[in-house]
Design a protein around this ligand. Structure first.
Ligand SMILES: Nc1ncnc2c1ncn2[C@@H]1O[C@H](COP(=O)(O)OP(=O)(O)OP(=O)(O)O)[C@@H](O)[C@H]1O
Length: 606
């Protein structure tokens, strides 16, 4: 989903905003009180003209200085009370609304964690980031101001017009005249502004994605001297956003000018008519002063409506964007297909006629995995070999159910993985990927993330030892050393070994390794594999391998080709019987034995 995919259909802002109710419900009492206080404060400002009328028609006409002073004191008190009430309103809403924002952000984060990998493959991270930051900030702003003030201003305008009509109905009708064109113009403005607001918020998401990618890929950008072209791409996006913001500003300027001009014209007309009436003796000067002061006091509530509608539209768009993510279905527990005789009762890891197609794969393309049949026996280490793009990573992702099989089944010790609760499955299976991800935390915390709450210091040491990650002890604070974002302060091989330690720390029954040793030199790789065999003697492992050194350490090898496992046997057997395997291992194959050599050449034994 990018800015380009922004829906252009018309939608109801009110219906979108009503979806916020579950979050607003717990603080509705506070919000209602705050609105009541604001209505009170706003109505106080309408009492001021009535006091003015009393001063002009009373003490001023009767030349009574004491009365004038009393009136002035009353006006001062009214002003102070209005200010205090607005302050109280702000205080009433600040804390609960910060709570609403935090609750929505928590829910979004929790939901993102539970969305399937396929969702994250589809959505740029900047779009998700902007929904969790700017959009939620817009929603808090809406709940703090427009929600209350659309109500407060509505009530103030209503009460004000009752007072105006009661003071002099003919002049009141003159002021009411612009109401109809204003309502029509506001609704036109709303529908146009809604589309631009959506475009602008999506473009903020696109811009966030570019910033995030540039920061994460700073080494590539610098290494290839791409900072200028990257800056140019950023500037183009930022100019597009600027253009959209200017369209928004133009729309806002138009409605604001109209909302200001029409009532001003009506007030001018009322002033002329009122003066004539005072001259004719049909109206007292005090009534005219009070009438005009009331009309002027209503200026801000009327003028601010354009601005309040604009923020409300922004908030409706933000709500829509927020719920687009929240409505995405989470990972399901899945329903196990009827048990198959081929898999039932067989220990180890069994792939039974497994088929998989990516959800976003173009129509008519063959599935990545067409029919995979493979049995990894209990305690066995099976290497998985295949040309680049043959589907090795995809197959390994199916075991912990990062993706769901689209046909066939995978069983672990005879139990279908779709029949297991995910938590149980992820206790049984540990994974390590070629691209190791570390989090901004200590080395120890990064490793222990791979186990439940049980494992402690001894398990950490054992896991580090298995992964040959002795370099940890030479870090300034050992396992307590903080690693930077994505572990960028460590070498590729060091990061891979920490990821491997994370995979083995919980002593899993099943281990799935997607070429996790590619950045190590062959000697360290051999040490790691020997330690793995020692420590995880009962573990059944499936290891994606690209080079003979990795393959040699496995018990057997499976060759993946054309979406199927076309050969299974020992390294020597396959070298003899499979031309494709011999070709891949000879280093001639694309992504074959040579894969990972560049990193290995570094002699990363640190
Ligand atoms: N998220 C995705 N959506 C659609 N297609 C994908 C996705 N991820 C991978 N593919 C496609 O699936 C096929 C298999 O990819 P996979 O990463 O499993 O291959 P591989 O054998 O692990 O390759 P390598 O040895 O280069 O790591 C490729 O054609 C790839 O383009």
């Amino acid at each position: 989903m990018t800015g380009a995919d922004a829906p252009t259909r018309k939608r109801s802002a009110v219906r979108s905003l009503l979806r916020l109710w579950p979050y607003v419900r717990p603080v509705r009492g506070r919000l209602a009180w705050a609105a009541f206080v604001a209505v009170l404060a706003s109505c106080l400002s309408l009492v001021i003209p009535l006091v003015l009328k009393w001063i002009v028609d009373g003490p001023v006409a009767e030349r009574d200085p004491g009365g004038v002073w009393l009136g002035a004191l009353f006006l001062l008190l009214l002003g102070l009370a209005e200010a205090a009430l607005f302050g109280l309103r702000r205080w009433l809403v600040a804390r609960p609304l910060a709570g609403v924002e935090a609750a929505m952000r928590d829910d979004l984060y929790r939901h993102l964690q539970r969305l399937p990998v396929a969702f994250h493959d589809r959505w740029p991270s900047g779009q998700l980031l902007s929904r969790g930051t700017t959009d939620l900030m817009l929603l808090r702003m809406f709940l703090a101001f427009p929600l209350t003030f659309l109500l407060v201003n509505g009530v103030t305008i209503l009460v004000g017009f009752v007072i105006l009509l009661q003071q002099q109905w003919s002049l009141g009708l003159v002021l009411l005249a612009p109401a109809v064109p204003l309502v029509v113009l506001c609704s036109l403005f709303e529908s146009k502004y809604a589309l631009v607001a959506r475009r602008s918020q999506d473009q903020v998401g696109d811009l966030t994605t570019v910033v995030e990618e540039s920061v994460l890929g700073i080494r590539v950008i610098k290494g290839f001297g791409r900072h200028r072209s990257q800056a140019r791409a950023f500037r183009e996006l930022s100019l597009t956003l600027r253009g959209t913001e200017l369209v928004k500003a133009r729309l806002l300027a138009g409605i604001w000018a109209t909302i200001t001009a029409l009532p001003e014209l009506a007030i001018g007309a009322a002033l002329v008519l009122g003066t004539v009436q005072v001259a004719d003796g049909g109206l007292s000067a005090g009534t005219l002063v009070a009438f005009l002061s009331t009309a002027l006091a209503l200026r801000w509530p009327v003028e601010s409506i354009g601005f309040l509608l604009a923020i409300s539209q922004d908030a409706a768009t933000a709500t829509e964007r927020y719920f687009e993510v929240m409505d995405a279905p989470q990972e399901t527990e899945g329903v196990a297909p009827p048990s198959s005789p081929a898999a039932a009762g067989r220990g180890g890891m069994v792939f039974d006629a497994v088929e998989f197609r990516y959800p976003d794969a173009p129509e008519g393309t063959p599935p990545v995995l067409a029919r995979v049949d493979l049995h990894v026996r209990p305690g066995e280490t099976m290497a998985l070999v295949g040309a680049t793009g043959s589907g090795k990573t995809t197959l390994t992702a199916l075991v912990p159910r990062l993706h769901e099989v689209t046909g066939g089944r995978i069983t672990l010790d005879g139990q279908d993985i779709t029949a297991m609760p995910r938590e149980r499955l992820r206790e049984l299976v540990s994974v390590a990927f070629e691209e190791p991800t570390l989090f901004s935390a200590s080395v120890g915390e990064n490793v222990l993330m791979g186990a439940g709450d049980g494992p402690g210091e001894a398990d950490l040491e054992r896991a580090l030892d298995t992964a040959q990650a002795h370099f940890v002890h030479r870090l300034p604070e050992g396992a307590a050393t903080q690693v930077g974002e994505q572990g960028l302060s460590l070498s590729g091989g060091q990061r891979q070994r920490l990821a491997l330690a994370r995979a083995v720390v919980g002593r899993p029954r099943f281990l799935v390794l997607d070429d996790p040793l590619s950045a190590l030199d062959v000697h360290t790789e051999a040490l790691v594999e020997a330690a793995l065999r020692r420590v995880l003697a009962d573990t059944t492992a499936l290891v994606v391998a690209h080079r003979p050194s990795t393959v040699l350490l496995a018990d057997r090898v499976a060759l993946l080709s054309g979406g199927r496992v076309t050969a299974v046997g020992t390294h020597q057997e396959l070298l003899r019987t499979s031309d494709e395997y011999a070709w891949l291992m000879s280093g001639a194959g694309d992504g074959g034995a040579g894969h990972g050599r560049a990193a290995a050449g570094k002699g990363d034994t640190a």
